[in-house]
Design a protein around this ligand. Structure first.
Ligand code: ATP
Ligand code: MG
Length: 229
């Protein structure tokens, strides 16, 4: 069982913000401006990503993106990486009163490994509850984009494709449907962004909502340090 020291006082409204959406939808494009806003208005920020976000999880990321493996192995490795990331990075940052801005989190597992690969929902739910029942996003920005458009963006900007980017359009259609299902399950948390809009339209929507999010939380624990570049 994971150590949960310090988390009880934070309660359910934790300062975890996640970005979700299929590969090439535009998540990473906006993360720096979001981190800046959080720093200006909300204090200290840890910017992170999944798979990855801790030294061990970054090594597992390399395997996940490039090493051939079966779907169940992939699911277990994703949660092994997440467990290390939550234990070593996310939980301590939240306990210090920092914001955590994470490029993908467990909604991506529901979408990619659940809807995309067809992995069993009960297994995903068990892994999620075991790894981070105490840590859930306050807000999830879902960059929703037609898979064909996302593929065009990737073709313009990327070199060789990783294991996920190499999947066909039908896979990404399933992943998109998976995100739709997550959004329907957690309507208060999910904020859908029509990612076909131009970057400045998206930035305006995102940053306005993020500002409201920051203002919705009472002043928290003392804020120490910053990992934001
Ligand atoms: N609104 C937009 N309109 C057109 N192109 C965009 C838009 N937003 C981002 N892009 C471009 O699309 C490409 C993919 O964007 P980005 O890397 O942010 O996607 P991502 O969601 O982080 O993808 P991945 O999940 O693979 O990391 C980049 O070249 C980026 O400049
Ligand atoms: Mg990205």
């Amino acid at each position: 069982m994971n150590a949960r020291s310090g988390m009880e006082s934070i309660g359910v409204r934790q300062r975890l913000i996640t970005l979700e959406g299929i590969d090439g939808a535009g998540k990473s494009t906006h993360i720096k401006a979001m981190a800046q806003l959080l720093q200006e208005q909300g204090g200290s920020v840890l910017v992170s990503r999944e798979p990855g976000g801790s030294a061990l999880a970054e090594r597992l990321r390399e395997l996940l993106l490039h090493e051939p493996m079966g779907s169940f192995t992939e699911l277990l490795l994703i949660f092994a990486a997440r467990n290390d990331h939550v234990e070593r990075s996310i939980r301590p940052a939240l306990a210090r009163g920092q914001w955590v801005l994470c490029d993908r989190f467990t909604d991506a597992t529901w979408a990619y490994q659940g809807a995309g690969r067809g992995m069993d929902a009960a297994q995903i739910a068990w892994l999620e509850a075991s790894v981070h029942a105490d840590v859930q996003p306050l807000r999830t920005y879902w960059f929703d984009l037609d898979p064909m458009e996302a593929a065009k963006r990737r073709a313009l900007s990327r070199g060789s494709a990783d294991r996920f980017e190499s999947e066909d359009l039908r896979f990404f259609e399933r992943v998109r449907t998976g995100y739709q299902e997550r959004a329907a399950l957690r309507p208060d948390c999910f904020f859908r962004i029509d990612a076909s809009q131009n970057q400045s339209q998206i930035a305006e929507l995102l940053l306005n909502d993020l500002k409201e999010c920051i203002q919705s939380l009472p002043a928290g624990a003392p804020i120490i340090g910053s990992d934001c570049a």
